[in-house]
Design a protein around this ligand. Structure first.
Ligand code: BGC
Length: 733
């Protein structure tokens, strides 16, 4: 080939390249800024396409924009694993054979670890599973504050303290989103009970809203940079929370600068006008005529579908209103399913099981341990009697939308058999919660008496009795859409425990629950473990704790009151909880959980932050770096911590702060810092904790601003809200 011709050919190719490259639309060009891509895509969409992309096309997906090659967006519950596939138009399971996931421990357990690093690993593992299953949004985490022990969904949330929930939720979100999968912070806001959740109107003060119920959402948005937020079912001050002028429009978007998508809860949208005007970006799960059956195009009837489109055509709403929503959806798409650099994800890996197990082990809380009943070293006893339905029951199924289909779930009984050997374990069910869809094999309630007699009989000759009870995922237990009916343990467990104790005093109780329960037998039984819904590795983790292979280090993420009326929400009677089915008034105001117990001097049975270990820690005297601080300072607190017991272990050191003479009523003290400190036997570490002075603020509702008073503040180092180790006074000017 002639030299000139070759040169000419090269020039031609370069030119062609230029032309082709120039033709790549900006929205597809990943070298471009996301905001430029969003604007470019927006200009290419028709009004119909814009409206289509902001509402569901199936139970868990939205349609994208096919003509631009913008793919469907797929979502899944959440928040403890990736839910099995659900049918296109109804809640039936799709019956796939490849959607059995790893069940991670419930979020109550994650909160109980008091370990933000572990929360990041949890989020990352979940994000990897979600990504592998081709999900773009995982519907979790939930950070609704634990207000009453009767709330059926507390197990899905992160406890009663806004600071703890904030610290734990941020790394979870970062871990998930690292995989190019959006986390979804839910349920915004004030969805603190399941009773009448779809109708109830919450009345709460500005202070409680800002100081208690919103901080974890704010942290998730501003620090976690979450990409989606789900609106709640309930009303607040007479307006639906999902499209709420104050909550979603003003606070979430305008004040906090949230740039992601507000999606509705499934069926929480109620009105086109409010959805258009007050911050809802994507409508999911609305029931329309025929949607559950056969009628075609039912999704067109959504509030943000045809009814909206018609009003856009008619000029009732400007195109800007829909552009604002579409921008957010496109931004989400470019962050997730149009990000070609996102990792591929992985599913049911050994690493994921390891993380599930570690979270479970670190979250289990040892509440009582007289005579060192725990740990039970292998070989110590010939005959271990395991009693209780929860020792064999699957606790990953049921419970509502957080249900999971798992690849494996080690039951407590299996875990114990693996550690102690089958020949040393005798099992009897003791009580039954009755057969269910998932447990057709368990005995009828009518058999309770005979089950109890059998257990009592076997207890006579056992060296030790291990009772596995608590709540389960049945309707009106720890389950969505209804609250518990009573604070006591269900299915006759209190009576059974008394009977067992009368026969055999060497009894260790393991409660599996996402909630506090009444413990009328607590003074009698020598040892108690509070376990959570621990997921796939439940049995292994429990056996590791019980046998002493792992030292318990979980701490209560909520207070356990002696009786229900000792809880702030219940103290004021029915209108304060559960409400009159129209309104619920949060009369305890800012005094939620330990804030109530402390301030009102009503001692709980077990305090927030409480938990024992198999070792002992000694706290040194606490010092601060200064005596007086100004606005932008950070208070530094230092003390020594020594492991003075026989084994290595971890202590959760907690720093609470109270104000001497506040202008407005404040809780006696509030958690402002914590750290999980691992210490080998005999080891001493210097612990440093930091509290920015601005974190000492309260929300002054008179001027609608956060205010730090010039005053004296008292810092408490503590092992729980009920166990102060040392205190220091500082001045803030
Ligand atoms: C729940 C949400 C869940 C959604 C989808 C709703 O009933 O409140 O938490 O994500 O269903 O399953």
């Amino acid at each position: 080939m002639k030299k000139e011709f070759k040169f000419f050919l090269m020039l031609l190719m370069l030119l062609l390249c230029e032309v082709v490259c120039a033709q790549i639309p900006i929205y597809l060009d990943e070298t471009k800024d996301i905001e430029d891509r969003v604007e470019d895509a927006l200009t290419r969409m028709t009004l119909e396409e814009k409206v289509a992309i902001i509402h569901a096309q199936s139970k868990f997906s939205t349609p994208g924009c096919p003509h631009l090659g913008i793919p469907e967006l797929w979502m899944s519950d959440g928040p403890h694993g990736v839910r099995m596939e659900i049918q296109w138009d109804n809640w039936g399971h799709a019956q796939w054979t490849n959607d059995s996931c790893v069940a991670f421990p419930a979020l109550t357990c994650l909160a109980a670890t008091f370990n933000p690093n572990l929360s990041y690993e949890y989020g990352n593992a979940l994000g990897e599973e979600a990504r592998f299953r081709k999900k773009d949004v995982i519907l979790g985490p939930g950070v609704n504050i634990y207000r009453t022990p009767l709330n059926g969904r507390n197990f899905e949330y992160m406890g009663e303290d806004p600071y703890l929930a904030s610290q734990m939720v941020v790394p979870y979100i970062q871990g998930v989103q690292k995989n190019g999968v959006a986390a979804c912070l839910k349920h915004f806001a004030l969805n603190n009970q399941e009773y009448c959740r779809k109708e109830i109107n919450v009345e709460v003060s500005d202070r409680a809203l800002r100081e208690i119920y919103l901080p974890a959402f704010k942290a998730g948005v501003q620090e976690g940079k979450v990409w989606t937020v789900m609106g709640a079912y309930n009303k607040f001050r007479g307006q639906w929370a999902t499209h709420h002028e104050l909550l979603t429009k003003q606070i979430l978007k305008e004040e906090w600068g949230f740039d992601g998508v507000v999606l509705s809860d499934w069926g929480s949208t109620h009105d086109t006008h409010d959805a258009v005007m007050y911050g809802l970006d994507m409508e999911m799960g609305t029931r329309t005529d025929g949607l559950h059956y056969t009628e075609k195009m039912a999704y067109d009837k959504y509030y943000l579908a045809k009814p909206y489109l018609e009003k856009l055509y008619g000029g009732e709403y400007s195109e800007d209103t829909v552009d604002e929503k579409v921008r957010r959806v496109l931004r989400l798409t470019f962050r997730t399913n149009m990000n070609r650099k996102r990792p591929y994800g992985s599913f049911c890996t050994k690493e994921h099981y390891d993380i599930a197990r570690r979270v479970a082990e670190e979250g289990i809380v040892l509440l009582k341990n007289e005579n060192d009943l725990f740990p039970i070293l292998p070989g110590k006893y010939e005959k271990i009697l395991v009693v209780g339905n929860n020792a064999v029951r699957s606790l990953t199924v049921g419970g509502g939308s957080s249900e999971l289909k798992v690849e494996k779930e080690i039951s407590p009984l299996e875990g114990l058999r693996n550690v102690y050997g089958e020949e040393h374990i005798i099992f009897t069910e003791g009580y039954t919660s009755g057969p269910s869809k998932w447990h057709p094999h368990v005995a009828e309630i009518s058999k309770s008496d005979s089950l109890r007699q059998q257990a009592v009989e076997l207890a006579k000759s056992a060296d030790v009795v291990l009772f596995f009870g608590g709540l389960n995922k049945n309707h009106k237990q720890d389950s969505e859409s209804a609250d518990r009916m009573s604070y006591n343990l269900p299915y006759g467990q209190d009576e059974l425990l008394n009977d067992l104790y009368e026969i055999n005093k060497n009894i260790g109780v393991v409660l599996i629950s996402g909630n506090a329960v009444a413990m009328p037998w607590i003074d009698k039984i020598p040892a108690l473990i509070l376990s959570w819904y621990l997921g796939s590795e439940a049995g292994t983790a429990m056996a590791n704790i019980i046998s002493g292979k792992q030292n318990p280090s979980g701490r209560l993420p909520f207070s356990i009151p002696k009786k229900l009326e000792d809880n702030g929400a219940h103290f004021y009677g029915k209108l304060s909880y559960p409400g009159d089915s129209v309104n619920v008034l949060y009369k305890e105001d800012i005094l939620v959980g330990y804030r109530w117990h402390d301030t009102k001097k009503i001692a709980p049975l077990f305090s927030f932050g409480y938990g024992l270990t198999y070792t002992k820690f000694e706290y040194g005297k606490m010092h601060t770096d200064k005596e007086t601080y100004v606005k932008d300072d950070t208070i530094k607190v230092v003390f020594e911590l020594k492991n003075v017991g026989d084994v290595s272990g971890a202590e959760v050191v907690q720093l609470y702060v109270g104000q001497r003479r506040p202008q407005l009523e404040r809780p006696q003290k509030e958690l402002k810092a914590f750290r999980k400190v691992y210490l080998a036997q005999g080891e001493t570490k210097k612990v440093e904790l930091f509290v920015p002075v601005k974190e000492l603020a309260y929300f002054d509702d008179r001027i609608q601003e956060w205010v730090v008073d010039s005053d004296q503040f008292i810092l408490y180092s503590a092992a729980s809200a009920g166990e102060i180790k040392s205190s220091v006074k500082v001045n803030v000017k």
